[in-house]
Write a protein that binds this ligand. Structure first.
Ligand code: PGA
Length: 252
């Protein structure tokens, strides 16, 4: 089954509203060059509605970088799925490694967020990935399997079909160290195998598995040329329009 590639920009806690609008404006004018893949931007919360307004009708998607699992109430500082919808965004990142390892989100918290995201009609991008110590101890696959199983087990078949998985080895994020295409492909195959075992071949054939971790114009073509790699979640190299467009252009 052929899966359409997707290139996503995760700006993390970077870019003002003005910077985000300028980026979106310039991306929209480059749309004819964007090619045949899906493109999604994940600005910081405040910039989401402004970015969405500019991208309306362009075919480029917008998402939030996180959400809370409750639908509303006394949760100071949190953002609900409904608020994300209200800001005209349709995607949301769930379980990014910075949330897992800097903020301390457990697999169980990630599972609750994922369930809420699909219930709210959002398209979640579920991030999984091992730390360097876990890889060195030979536990990379078991860590990723546990992250996947805990997050996905509460979803129905219909909900599962909406999920996008992003494999992001923690040691490759923001470090300049990219997994070799061989390592990335091996883990993508492993993830697809887990999806097949747990949820059947429909789900495993359909779900997109992106790679993230120091993707840049110099390595994008090689990574995205792999049939197993259905796109990229790009941090640092997505902050400048030129380098982001080069990565988008690397999808053949
Ligand atoms: P990076 O970040 O491209 O800067 O390594 C990727 C991510 O955290 O999603």
């Amino acid at each position: 089954m052929s899966r359409k590639k997707l290139i996503a920009a995760n700006w993390k806690m970077q870019k003002s509203i003005g910077d985000a609008k300028a980026f979106a404006d310039s991306l929209v004018s480059s749309v004819p060059n964007v090619g045949t893949c899906d493109v999604v931007l994940f600005p910081p919360f405040f910039a989401v509605p402004f970015t969405a307004k500019i991208l309306e009708g362009s075919g480029i998607g917008v998402g939030a970088q996180d959400l809370f699992w409750e639908k509303q109430g006394a949760y100071t500082g949190e953002i609900s799925g409904e608020m994300i919808n209200d800001a005209a965004a349709s995607y949301v990142i769930v379980g990014h490694s910075e949330r897992r390892h800097v903020i301390g989100e457990s697999n169980e918290i990630v599972a609750k967020k994922l369930k809420t995201a699909v219930e709210e009609g959002l398209t979640p991008m579920l991030c999984v990935g091992e730390k360097m110590s876990e890889r060195e101890e030979g536990n990379a696959e078991s860590v990723v399997e546990e992250q996947l199983k805990t997050a996905l087990s509460g979803l129905s078949q219909t909900e599962l079909k909406r999920v996008i998985v992003a494999y992001e080895p923690v040691w490759a994020i923001g470090t300049g160290k990219t997994a070799t295409p061989e390592d990335a492909v091996a883990m993508h195959r492993f993830i697809r195998g887990c999806l097949g075992d747990d949820f059947g071949s429909d789900i495993s054939g359909e779900l997109r598995i992106l790679y993230g971790g120091s993707v840049k114009p110099e390595n994008a073509e090689r990574l995205l040329g792999e049939e197993e790699i259905d796109g990229a979640l790009v941090g640092g190299a997505s902050l400048e329009v030129d380098s982001f467009l080069k990565i988008v252009g690397a999808v053949k």
